[in-house]
Ligand binder design. Structure first.
Ligand code: TTP
Ligand code: MG
Length: 587
């Protein structure tokens, strides 16, 4: 099996690797490992069909017995017993087929869900910034579900009904060889019609899945931004937009239904019955077929029912499943431009950082940082100041390779960050982002996020150092309080101290604090001030802040303006030399 490996930021070692070159191969490579189940489905399907064919054959025999001038009724009891027995066995086989297909469907669903999740976590921020969450959610939930349905009932019915299609070919010739005519005509036209149907269906199911993804994207964004939407009284416009999206989904489904309704084999089946019956009667008239033969033959033709009626439904399901698989695969196969560099440097960090002639732009090609060079000694505290949009956040995100520079270098301990093993680099750097994200888990778990398995005592010590212990204690359930539950939300200052607790617990060599909050009451301000001072001790610290008290005692202050360094130095030095810096303090 060929394995196409994608460059990923992080990959986890999986037991099974799948062929990701196209959707059909991908699904096949996932299913092939469950070959015993596939075998079970096939055997179940074949046995079920063969035993179903036994019914018309036996009924034909019974007719012949009854129509004899002196019918031998003693044979009827054994015939009835064989008939009944065979149908019980058939039920068991059918159960095997259905159970196998359902089992397979669930296993495959789990496997591809795992694969997608691992792949999503491994992708870079560049990818995640560009990929709408709603669309990802639609793919990770509904498209994955469609792949499940593709196996059960989809493939289950296709296999089962195909076996029914084959049976007349086995059983009809024993009555008269020419009776193969009607099933042959049917089968040929069936496959031609099916081929056309599938070709027309594929773009429609693609569209069904795509419009659904778009609707979901929109819905998730509207809910995310519901506060802004309400604030701007835009509910009406939003509803309008949603209705348009919902209409597109409906239209795609209607087109699918329309195509299904025109499925030709429904018509072919009726014609086949007519042809078969006429044919059998002609043979009967010429004495080449007896009454039992006519009855049995017509019973066998009736078996074509199953493939005809199951196929619209089953093939649509397969087509939808493949469309879903294509969309999931598209996501998995999206390249990410960071690689984890597993073989890279893994030393213990001293915390020296150097920006060397560095420039950076986001994907849109607009320069965000230009020609930035400066050096930070281990243990120093650096304050980055500058107006909004100056590139402060962007600058620090280059240190832990949330993004990669587009020119020049960022070095940690004299080693280009791209030469570092990514996991090693990131585990020694702690970044407190501008908008702090908390999981809907307990406070304790939120603090211990970067160090799973940390004991309660450790967690509390970290919280105390971050000046968070007090407010956490004020909650009824203390550290076990679940954030987001029963209305527990935290203020900006509280969030910040939780994030600082996280940082204390992981004890990083480099700490980055991106803090945009400036309006905080002085008591809290004081606490944060103390927490940050605690945190900065003994490690290299980057502070992005508007708090003058914090800027003042930094070892190095970098003033950014429109992506360039406007001034750099200590507080005393800058007050004398930099007009721009002095202005900040005058304001
Ligand atoms: P930032 O680095 O976010 O600027 P900042 O942190 O100095 O601003 P603030 O004080 O408000 O936090 O952005 C610098 C430029 O980069 C800005 O013009 C927006 C642009 N940018 C992108 O194009 N894509 C991004 O993902 C981000 C974060 C910024
Ligand atoms: Mg910022």
């Amino acid at each position: 099996m060929t394995t196409i490996s994608q460059p990923a930021e992080f990959t986890l070692q999986r037991k099974h690797t799948a062929d990701r070159s196209n959707a059909v191969r991908w699904i096949t490579s996932h299913s092939i490992r469950y070959w015993p189940i596939i075998l079970m489905i096939f055997i179940g399907g074949l046995g079920n069909a063969a035993l179903a064919a036994v019914v018309p054959v036996l009924v034909g025999d019974v007719f012949n017995q009854m129509l004899k001038p002196d019918p031998d009724t003693s044979i009827l009891i054994p015939l009835a017993l064989v008939l009944g027995g065979s149908q019980i066995v058939r039920g068991v086989l059918q159960l095997g087929r259905n159970f196998g297909a359902e089992l397979m469907a669930q296993k495959i669903e789990r496997d591809i869900r795992d694969e997608l999740y691992v792949s999503l976590l491994g992708k870079s921020m560049t990818f995640h910034n560009l990929q709408p969450v709603g669309d990802t959610m639609a793919r990770a939930t509904n498209d994955v579900r469609e792949v499940n349905f593709m196996f059960s009932p989809g493939i289950n019915l296709v296999v089962g009904s195909f076996m029914f299609l084959v049976m007349p070919f086995f059983f009809a010739p024993q009555y008269h060889i020419s009776l193969l005519l009607a099933p042959t005509l049917f089968t040929i036209s069936y496959f031609i019609a099916l081929w056309h149907y599938l070709r027309a269906l594929s773009p429609i199911t693609d569209e069904v899945r795509a419009t659904f993804g778009e609707m979901n994207t929109h819905l998730s964004e509207a809910l995310d931004g519901v506060e802004i939407m309400k604030g701007a009284a835009q509910e009406g416009a939003e509803i309008e937009r949603f209705v348009t999206n919902a209409r597109r989904v409906r239209d795609a489904f209607v087109r699918q239904g329309d195509l299904e309704a025109r499925f030709l084999p429904n018509l072919l089946l009726g014609i086949t019955y007519a042809i078969g019956l006429v044919h059998a009667l002609l043979l009967f008239r010429d004495g080449l077929l007896n009454t039992g033969g006519v009855v049995a033959y017509f019973g066998l033709l009736r078996m074509l029912d199953f493939p005809t009626f199951a196929s619209t439904f089953a093939y649509t399901q397969i087509s939808l499943g493949l469309s879903g698989a294509r969309r999931i695969l598209e996501l998995i196969n999206q390249e990410t431009n960071l690689d984890q560099n597993a073989a890279g440097y893994t030393g213990v960090m001293r915390g020296e950082i150097e920006f060397r002639n560095m420039s950076f732009e986001y994907n849109n090609g607009e320069s965000v940082l230009e020609n930035v060079s400066f050096k930070v000694k281990p243990g120093q505290t650096v304050a980055i100041v500058g107006q909004t949009g100056a590139g402060k956040t962007s600058l620090v995100k280059l240190i832990n390779r949330t993004y990669d520079v587009t020119g020049g270098q960022v070095l940690v301990d004299g080693i280009d960050v791209r030469e570092w093993n990514l996991a090693s680099l990131r585990s020694q750097i702690s970044m407190i982002e501008q908008d702090i994200f908390l999981f809907s888990r307990s406070i304790s778990e939120n603090i211990a996020f970067g160090k799973p398995g940390a004991g309660q005592r450790e967690v509390e010590a970290a919280a105390a150092a971050a000046q968070a212990h007090e407010f956490i204690q004020s909650f009824d359930e203390g550290y076990q309080t679940v954030i987001g539950e029963r209305g527990v939300t935290l203020s900006g200052g509280q969030r910040q101290r939780l994030a600082l607790s996280r940082a204390f617990l992981t004890d990083p060599h480099i700490l980055i604090l991106d803090d945009s909050t400036s309006a905080i009451d002085s008591a809290t301000e004081d606490k944060i001030q103390r927490a940050v001072a605690n945190a900065a001790r003994g490690r290299t610290t980057f502070l992005i802040t508007h708090r003058l008290s914090q800027i003042r005692w930094a070892d190095l202050i970098v003033v950014l303006r429109k992506g360039r360094i406007a001034a750099i130095g200590t507080h005393e030095g800058l007050m004398k030399t930099s007009e721009a810096y002095a202005r900040i303090f005058r304001e």
